[in-house]
Design a binder for this molecule. Structure first.
Ligand SMILES: *Cc1c(COP(=O)(O)O)cnc(C)c1O
Length: 228
């Protein structure tokens, strides 16, 4: 695809997603400014990020450190000034690299990872704890029953600021089916008095907004399908 066509496609995708966010906010009686759109650029080149930036996107999400770091460096060098989010699973041995590259890490799911990140963070870092609400065995995330202990550990960390919770809903043919998952995450966040809720992707972000999402992580609806 030519650079001009790529720019136009991504600008149209971003505009459509913004419009859908606004409509979901109207339905839910929420201020659209209370929802941050994190454009998940994984699997796409730095040119796509640059195009998204030109279309007004200011938050980008990546899921793999090794792929993300060169792409972030290339983007920054080309003038992209954005907040970078790590939305994918993080291994403890990559904590240092992650702490240096990302503004918000969405995927803390163990005390071990928390400790490694706390020790490695060059400056106070905002983090979210990932919860496996639906208890899917193949998914990362702390079990809801173990969340309390992890919240306490995160609050004791010197160099991390616990901001909220994140979840990935199960794949469903109807987004309504995952509403209880989002509601459960919101209830957990309320119980622990945490302000941020990272939930909702291309197939279900509107339902997530209706249930209180403050960060939606949207890839395909902005950048198109990923080639695996
Ligand atoms: C890929 C990914 C997304 C975006 O998914 P889309 O379906 O493309 O919107 C969001 N969150 C996480 C954790 C992801 O890995």
């Amino acid at each position: 695809m030519s650079a001009v066509a790529l720019q136009a496609d991504i600008a149209a995708g971003a505009a459509q997603v913004r419009e859908r966010i606004e409509r979901a906010c109207v339905r839910a009686g929420r201020d659209p400014a209370s929802v941050t759109l994190v454009a998940v650029s994984k699997g796409h080149p730095a040119e796509a990020i640059r195009a998204g930036y030109e279309a007004g996107l200011r938050h980008f999400g990546e899921n793999r450190i090794q792929e993300a770091i060169p792409r972030i460096e290339e983007s920054v060098a080309s003038g992209v000034e954005a907040a970078w989010h790590l939305v994918g699973h993080l291994q403890s041995n990559k904590a240092k690299a992650a702490a240096g590259a990302f503004d918000l890490i969405h995927s803390i799911d163990s005390a071990r990872l928390l400790a490694r990140l706390d020790a490695a963070a060059p400056a106070p870092r905002d983090v979210l704890l990932q919860v496996n609400i639906a208890a899917e065995p193949q998914k990362q995330g702390v079990a809801p029953d173990d969340l309390g202990a992890l919240v306490e550990a995160a609050r004791e960390a010197r160099n991390l600021r616990l901001r909220g919770l994140m979840t990935i809903a199960p794949i469903a043919s109807d987004a309504e089916d995952v509403r209880p998952v989002f509601r459960a995450l919101r209830e957990l966040a309320e119980r622990h008095e945490l302000p941020e809720l990272s939930m909702g992707m291309t197939d279900d972000f509107e339902v997530a907004i209706e249930e209180g999402a403050t960060l939606v992580r949207v890839g395909r609806a902005i950048f198109g399908e990923r080639t695996p």
